[in-house]
Design a protein around this ligand. Sequence first.
Ligand SMILES: Cc1cc2nc3c(=O)[nH]c(=O)nc-3n(C[C@H](O)[C@H](O)[C@H](O)COP(=O)(O)O)c2cc1C
Length: 159
Amino acid sequence: MTDIDLRSVVSEFATGVTAVTLDSEPPHGITVNAFTSVSLDPPLVLVCLDHDTEAHARLVSGEAAHYCVNILSADQLVLGEYFAGMAEGLDPFEEHPTETAATGAPVFSESLGYVDCSVHETVEAGDHTVYIGRVEAAALSESDRDALTYYESEWGEIP
Ligand SMILES: Cc1cc2nc3c(=O)[nH]c(=O)nc-3n(C[C@H](O)[C@H](O)[C@H](O)COP(=O)(O)O)c2cc1C
């Protein structure tokens, strides 16, 4: 099994897309689809971050201690692209409305919902670190936007 084989098989798994924001100064965002709910009691979720990312570097260095998972709507494709390093442009933290979550991490107000976390535990897993987050706050948007998706390396949307 080669790297390419694994990537193409995994790309058959359709996912939603999140922008994980960090409470560093200045704030930082990264596009993540390796997000899952882990436990309801206690409330835990996880995200997997590549060791080569700036987001991982900020969490390891202690520049950030919290993360907020913003579940992106189809209207927020530009955030998904920007935080994946696929688009140049203006800083989304300046251009899109944000609020501050309980932990101090930024929330993009137009997200479908968010899950705001303190880092509960980290697990080293090959070239990624699994960041298990203790949920400090979570909220749903009142709007009825479509969800942003990622499937076979293409962006999409579902109602
Ligand atoms: C749809 C999509 C999902 C991604 N999911 C992850 C992920 O779960 N974990 C990860 O480390 N990188 C993921 N990436 C790649 C990062 O978003 C990308 O490497 C980014 O530029 C890292 O940003 P940073 O180095 O500024 O923190 C994903 C990219 C895309 C397009």
